[in-house]
Write a protein that binds this ligand. Structure first.
Ligand code: ADP
Ligand code: G6P
Length: 446
């Protein structure tokens, strides 16, 4: 089998340990377990050093480059997170465009191409990930790369009219013509992106490949984690109360303020649940250098304080709030102990937490997933209680339904979703994408 070369901005650690908050690294970590591969990306550090640091464990090699602080500011903080992220999540009002950042972004993509090129073999398959690297394939082709190139978009793609607000959107779309196959999470994303490409006369095929998880392995790990001391101590601390659990990067796309307001509405409108439930929301700090994320943190700290101030009893804290990451092993245990998962993004490419919760639940007494209509996962998770995440009252009503749901209904809903997750098989996502890429015509290199 040809070597797989993965390129992404964020790279997961070579050894599986510690927290990995972010769907891309989690999905890829799982996908590439057994294959010979090279993973090229950003080290997460800033320095003036140019050469990649190369390290190998087993059949997996990583080549990581530092960014200069200027590259980091223009490319990552600026164009990627201040502009593309809100735009792709249908939040153009939050986007800030600066020409210098667009140029900095292109320069980093060119640098990725230049530094990756000497590491490539002729028969490699190249798989580029996410919006940070939209123009990378075009730069690789410019430098003469003839390998098959796939691209996967982990985040949503908005309707073409929204995307068109981006200055030089057309040039960006034309760059995608250098790719042999593009994958998206949902049919809507694929349709929007195909329409946008068609308007520019670009013929790159776009397919739908929803990111999955290794459900059976996750279930096993969660069952083991639930027996460990830290999970047990946590479970005991609940004092027999039902646990509502939310876990997300602290990101404005996740609908966190509306979610905690929904919980406050539950306590207000359904006072019978006071003292009987605990809501744990974990939200590790993400992209803390971006203003919108700092504002969100301040807003959440204030909201959580206010809600607790209003409803707490001397022996009951209604809302537990932590901004520290949770180690992955522990997270599985918490997801298993939870009675209700509250997954209410305003817009999300997929949302793996929704799938992880279902995988982690005990089959004999499963909990209830409350899921936003606007998560990619909503398409697949038919057993979930669906909500419009913009409406705290609707969240409160869904919570009341979930708290009261009889065991038989919980089992039925859970079974539907678990079977579907398990049917995709471990690494079904990457395998089906790569198989399709293998079949794709070499549109760009003849
Ligand atoms: P995103 O990619 O936008 O962060 P996803 O839900 O798709 O959203 O993926 C997030 C991944 O990161 C999941 O695998 C989840 O378990 C993990 N994660 C999220 N929050 C935390 C946290 N507080 N601690 C550890 N892992 C987390
Ligand atoms: C989302 C994006 C990924 C990104 C992750 C974490 O999942 O789709 O590309 O890696 O968030 O964000 P960060 O900016 O820390 O890489």
């Amino acid at each position: 089998m040809a070597r797989l070369v993965i390129v992404s901005n964020r790279v997961s650690p070579l050894r599986e340990s510690g927290p990995m908050a972010g769907g891309l690294t989690v999905a890829l970590q799982e996908a590439v377990k057994r294959r010979e591969m090279l993973w090229f990306g950003w080290s997460g550090e800033t320095s003036e050093r140019r050469e990649p640091r190369i390290s190998t464990v087993g059949n997996r090699t990583q080549a990581l480059i530092d960014l200069t602080s200027q590259e980091h500011r223009l490319y990552y903080t600026g164009f990627c997170n201040n502009l593309l992220w809100p735009l792709l999540h249908y939040r153009f009002g939050l986007a800030q465009f600066r020409r210098a950042e667009e140029e900095g972004w292109r320069a980093v993509n060119r640098r990725f191409a230049e530094q990756l090129l000497p590491l490539l073999r002729e028969d490699d398959t190249i798989w580029i990930h996410d919006f940070h690297l939209f123009p990378l394939a075009a730069y690789l082709r410019e430098l003469g790369a003839r390998q098959r190139i796939g691209f996967y978009l982990h985040v949503p793609f908005p309707p073409p009219a929204v995307f068109a607000a981006l200055p030089r959107a057309a040039a960006l779309l034309r760059d995608l013509g250098a790719i042999d196959l593009i994958g998206t999470q949902t049919a809507d994303d694929a349709e929007h992106l195909s329409d946008a490409l068609r308007q520019e006369g670009v013929n790159t095929p776009v397919g739908v490949f929803p990111v999955g998880i290794n459900a059976e392995a996750f279930a096993r790990a969660a069952a083991t984690a639930a027996l460990r001391k830290d999970t047990q101590r946590f479970a005991e601390s609940l004092g027999g109360r039902k646990l509502i659990f939310g876990v997300d990067r602290m990101d404005y796309s996740k609908g966190l303020p509306q979610r905690v307001l929904g919980y406050a509405d539950l306590l207000k409108r359904y006072p019978q649940h006071r003292g009987k439930v605990t809501f744990l929301q974990a939200a590790p700090i993400s992209r803390g250098e971006v203003t919108q994320y700092r504002l969100l943190r301040r807003e959440m700290d204030e909201l959580v304080g206010r809600i607790n101030g209003e409803y707490a009893e001397v022996d009951w804290v209604p809302l537990r709030w932590t901004t520290r990451p949770i180690p992955r092993r522990t997270l599985g245990g918490y997801l298993r102990v939870a009675d209700i998962a509250l997954v209410t993004p305003l817009r999300d490419g997929m949302n793996l937490v929704a799938k992880e919760f279902v995988a982690a639940q005990p089959p004999e007494d499963p909990g209830v997933l409350i899921l936003s209509h606007f998560a990619g996962a909503a398409r697949e998770m038919e057993g979930a209680v669906k909500v419009n995440p913009n409406d705290p009252d609707e969240i409160a009503e869904a919570l009341d339904i979930a708290i009261n749901m009889p065991l038989a209904e919980r089992r039925e809903r859970w079974r539907l979703d678990y079977d579907r997750l398990a049917a995709a098989g471990p690494s079904g996502w990457s395998r089906s994408f790569l198989a399709e890429l293998n079949r794709a015509e070499f549109s760009t290199t003849g």
